[in-house]
Design a protein around this ligand. Sequence first.
Ligand SMILES: [Mn+2]
Length: 357
Amino acid sequence: MKIIHCADLHLDSKMETNLSVAQAKERKKEILNTFERMVDYAHTHGVTVIIIAGDMFDTPQVFGSTKSRVLNTITKYPQIDFLYLSGNHDESNFIEALDEVPSNLKIFGVNWTTFSYPEVKITGVVLSDANRKTLYDTLRLSPDDLNIVVMHGQIGQSNSAKQSETIYLNQLKNKQIDYLALGHVHSYTQGQLDRRGVYCYAGCLEGRGFDECGAKGFVLLNIDHGTIQSEFVPFAKRTLIELPVDITPYQDWFALEDHIVALAKKYPTKDLLKVVLQGKYKIQLEKHLAMLEQKLSGFYFAKVKDESVLAVTPEDVANDISLRGEFIRQVLGSSLSASEKEQTILMGLRALGGEDL
Ligand SMILES: [Mn+2]
């Protein structure tokens, strides 16, 4: 038996942070497409259950067109069960607004609900303020069954935090869980729960911003002879990549540009790239950030973030008796912050060089 564990689809996300209006619209469509592609994959790979561990939608208000595409996808494959747990973003509006719930769309509620299959029992609960303390005591699983448990929230070790979103892993130990299918964390993460089981966040299907970099996809579970094998399947249409570059060794901007362009060649141009300049640079390095962005414009999206700092010390200009040397010594000796000093020195040097400010 094969099962897909996915989560955090955030359908209908706005996507406007970095992208143009047209690209944001396109990415929004792509996220929905990736969900549909995943369901097609399930069909062609003999998957019979898809667990959606929360945050299927980004906001409680779901566009009618999105809702009907999701419903069509679900009803297109009646032999696949969709086990849906609402997360902290989507609440239960999607289900409540349905005239008729398709028979293969099965829903977890605020009490433990179990869906039984010959090879596995899948049990889940939606966290709420009312149940967050009692749910651990009310979970009863048989050691003789293969058990998947579905929840949405942030794992924590103690019971001290107050948020209803916290899942206390310690209290799920020795509960006969074989696989804890989680949603909430947007990157694939797996760890040992106890001697018997593992916990796993599937992550989101598509990264939306540069806080969601790296491979995104779903987890494919293969159940065979009473054991669960799990495998992360990268599935996103586009990946967001953060590329840190230490510019310390470079005094020539064009050599640095060549270096960055060569590094960027490792990634497909369909992806979204953020180059982060780091390290300490000398005054001699003249930066042309817009030109670098232009050179990376073959990517679906590219931007350059400059986090590098100017490395000039009083020793560097100790013997410089020019106005420039005096100016730098004055600024370095002032009470300005490090970034203010950097800005002031750069502006001052440009002014001394006769450039427009
Ligand atoms: Mn989420």
